[in-house]
Design a protein around this ligand. Structure first.
Ligand SMILES: C[S@@+](CC[C@H](N)C(=O)[O-])C[C@H]1O[C@@H](n2cnc3c(N)ncnc32)[C@H](O)[C@@H]1O
Length: 184
């Protein structure tokens, strides 16, 4: 099973329904679609991407599945999420790296990713989840993964638990999924 799918399964096992969720890296919109499927009628999914192209693709995916209204697309960096999102959220998903089949140099960057992770922990409700899928298979991805691991090591262990999930045949270049659980 892919780690993208595993992230979704782990979320739906813990949270059968959500009021507010964040797709911190909208991309093609698969995680936004998944979160929209979990979202209550009164709720809202915030979906961030710096690329308008990604948002257009994701918006079409949501429309094709008749689920456009519960997703608010934000054409801005996830490092701004605290300026945009006012309620506490149940879940935040990060799928780092670049938009598949697009410019590889338009990708998540360690500094803004860490700012966004800090913000995600601030707006997450107790009992909520953050998932972070990292790709250490490129030079930039390796640096970013190291920064994420360093950030995770400093999380307050009284408040958060972290689990690591690897691909079936892991090595230094294969993706790694982190799941951060904010204790109730
Ligand atoms: C691996 S893709 C996400 C895949 C997506 N979750 C999906 O289901 O298709 C990473 C995305 O992050 C976006 N991105 C890069 N830097 C960003 C930032 N600072 N804030 C928000 N999105 C960013 C890229 O434009 C790209 O679309």
């Amino acid at each position: 099973m892919s780690l993208t799918k595993l992230a979704q399964i782990l979320i739906s096992e813990k949270l059968s329904s959500i009021d507010y969720g964040v797709d911190a890296t909208c991309g093609n919109g698969h995680d936004s679609l998944f979160l929209a499927g979990l979202c209550s009628q009164e709720g809202m999914i915030y979906s961030f991407d710096i690329q308008e192209e990604a948002i257009d693709i994701a918006e079409k995916l949501l429309n094709d599945h008749n689920m456009p209204t519960s997703v608010m697309f934000v054409n801005s960096g996830h490092q701004n999420m605290e300026k945009v999102i006012k309620p506490k959220v149940d879940v935040v998903m990060f799928n780092l790296g670049y938009l598949p089949n697009s410019e590889r140099n338009i990708c998540t960057k360690p500094e803004t990713t860490i700012t966004a992770l800090d913000s995600a922990t601030n707006i997450l409700r107790a009992g909520g989840l953050i998932t972070v899928l990292c790709y250490p298979g490129t030079d930039e991805g390796r640096v970013e993964t190291r920064e994420v691991m360093n950030w995770l090591s400093k999380l307050n262990k009284d408040e958060f638990t972290v689990s690591e999930h690897l691909s079936e045949k892991p090595d230094d270049t294969t993706p790694v999924l982190y799941v951060i659980d904010k204790k109730s």
